[in-house]
Design a protein around this ligand. Structure first.
Ligand SMILES: *Cc1c(COP(=O)(O)O)cnc(C)c1O
Length: 484
């Protein structure tokens, strides 16, 4: 147990907004000590964190968060790709409070339902593409993808194709961290721990032009990358393939934006073999790419859409699956009980938060703003970073963007000279960002952002200037180390 008696009281006052703005109330060292003594963080080397100490975040407002030492940080990652409407939305807290006062919980298992879940399901069907008239709720994106796996296999079983259980995904995809989520994902670091993927899940290459598109135009490469799906379907046997799953734009893999030719070709191949198409829109949905759902942007008609994150802007955990007519009709008409679900499926408090979050997105026209105003502005401003000596390639799509740090640049992006990955230049750059008031994430040497959708043009200028400043600091550092 922690010995410091100050720490619990400091942690307690943090829950009061006015107190959270008073850094003198926090004993940061004591909190950090308790943190590493008791709290195992996700995707974290606990021992290494213990040596360094975690940054203690205590409050947020708009696009900024503050730590326990009073330092203000521009949150270029929307928490973890989710705080789409920004921090400090009193109307969401009030909606949550009202629902907690009225009915904090009830299950949806035994012929019961609750008002926010009904309203939210109806609302989601209204804002999603027309093939979606049903919603299955979960507590997270990972559980949404577990649901997909169960649901597509059930679909094919009901149609009498009991062999049709294989799901094709992609290397470097992220679909969550449950056993099915991590298996569907293509992260080798995750597969190494725990004997994943589980049987019946196979992977193809990702549509990463920088990595694999040498000698091709982007559009040629998009067709090529989609052809890997057809090759895999033929290798597995079309009679065994249940579904293909992909993020419209890969998020955790490093904001990999596919060429425009990629998704329509994937759709064509899925149609040709009758393979179900699952769009994992946990990041891309709810306005992030300037549409309610990115499937609309890329011209695909998925059978299932996974959602989470932006559905509540992260204020309360919620996820789920939009179930398209093709699957829903079979499950409902032929299915009987679907033996799957969660205690918190359709949690009334989470659904109330989502309803208010969606209301805000509509009222403030955040989807339209990202599509027509701030998204194009971010694209233009972010592209200016490409002239920095460390930046080999910078691109964006709606409100996600990424740039590659390189040792030297060439006329053709594929000839840029990269840093030795062992030098971890991305992590050095992330450190400068972190210490200079900017949250920008590193995936290898690719630096990525996904800012809150409420960000204004002036704030985009502020963010791009901060990024440039931190790139300068990184440049000076790696030069001093003799790595250039
Ligand atoms: C975050 C994420 C998930 C997992 O969501 P959790 O709520 O963390 O379980 C799944 N798919 C994608 C694309 C994600 O970005």
């Amino acid at each position: 147990m922690s010995a410091n008696p100050l720490a619990p009281s400091a942690a307690l006052v943090a829950s009061v907004k006015s107190a959270a703005a008073r850094p003198e109330l926090f004993d940061t060292a004591a909190i950090q000590q308790m943190d590493t003594a008791h709290y195992m963080h996700p995707f974290t080397d606990t021992k290494a964190l213990g040596e360094q100490g975690a940054r203690v975040m205590v409050r947020g407002e708009g696009i900024y968060v503050w730590d326990s030492q009073g330092k203000k940080v521009l949150d270029g990652m929307s928490g973890l790709w989710c705080v789409n409407v920004g921090y400090g939305r009193t109307s969401i807290s009030e909606a949550v409070y009202r629902q907690m006062e009225t009915l904090p919980f009830y299950n949806s298992f035994f012929n019961t339902t609750n008002l926010p879940a009904v309203q939210l399901a109806t609302k989601l069907c209204e804002i999603s593409p027309p093939q979606f008239k049903h919603v299955f709720f979960t507590g997270s994106g990972s559980e949404g993808n577990d649901t997909n796996l169960r649901m597509v296999r059930r679909y094919w079983d009901l149609l009498g194709y009991k062999e049709r259980h294989t799901i094709i995904s992609r290397h470097n995809a992220y679909h969550g961290s449950t056993v099915a989520g991590a298996s569907l994902g293509g992260m080798s670091g995750m597969h190494e721990q725990g004997g994943l993927p589980i049987p019946g899940i196979v992977h193809i290459g990702q549509p990463n032009y920088l990595e694999s598109g040498r000698g091709m135009t982007e559009q040629e490469f998009g067709i090529k990358a989609a052809s890997w799906l057809e090759e895999k379907i033929l290798e597995v046997g079309p009679e065994k393939v249940a579904a293909f799953i992909g993020e419209p734009v890969q998020g955790a893999g490093g904001v990999i934006i596919p060429p425009a030719s990629y998704w329509p070709e994937i759709q064509r191949i899925c149609d040709k073999y009758g393979v179900l198409l699952i769009a994992d829109e946990v990041i891309c949905g709810f306005g992030r790419l300037g549409k309610w759902f990115a499937s609309e942007l890329f011209g695909i008609k998925p059978d299932l859409i996974t959602f989470a994150k932006g559905v509540t802007s992260g204020y309360v955990p919620l996820g789920g699956v939009l179930v398209g007519d093709r699957v829903a009709d079979v499950l409902i008409e032929k299915g009987g009980d679907f033996n799957h679900g969660f205690t918190y499926s359709g949690h009334p408090v989470a659904c109330a938060a989502a309803l208010e979050n969606i209301r805000i997105i509509e009222e403030e026209k955040l989807v339209e703003r990202v599509a027509n105003d701030t998204g194009p502005y971010l694209k233009q401003r972010f592209a200016t970073l490409a002239d920095h000596p460390l930046v080999g390639f910078a691109d964006s799509c709606g409100f996600v963007a990424g740039l590659n740090l390189v040792r030297s640049k060439a006329a053709v992006v594929h000839d840029n000279v990269e840093f030795d990955p062992a030098l971890a230049v991305g992590m050095i750059c992330r450190g400068y960002m972190f210490n200079n008031g900017m949250i920008m994430r590193a995936v290898g040497d690719r630096m990525i952002i996904a800012p809150p959708l409420v960000m204004t043009r002036a704030q985009i200028d502020e963010m791009v200037a901060l990024i440039r400043h931190c790139l300068d600091l990184t440049y000076a550092d790696v030069k001093e180390r003799g790595w250039l």
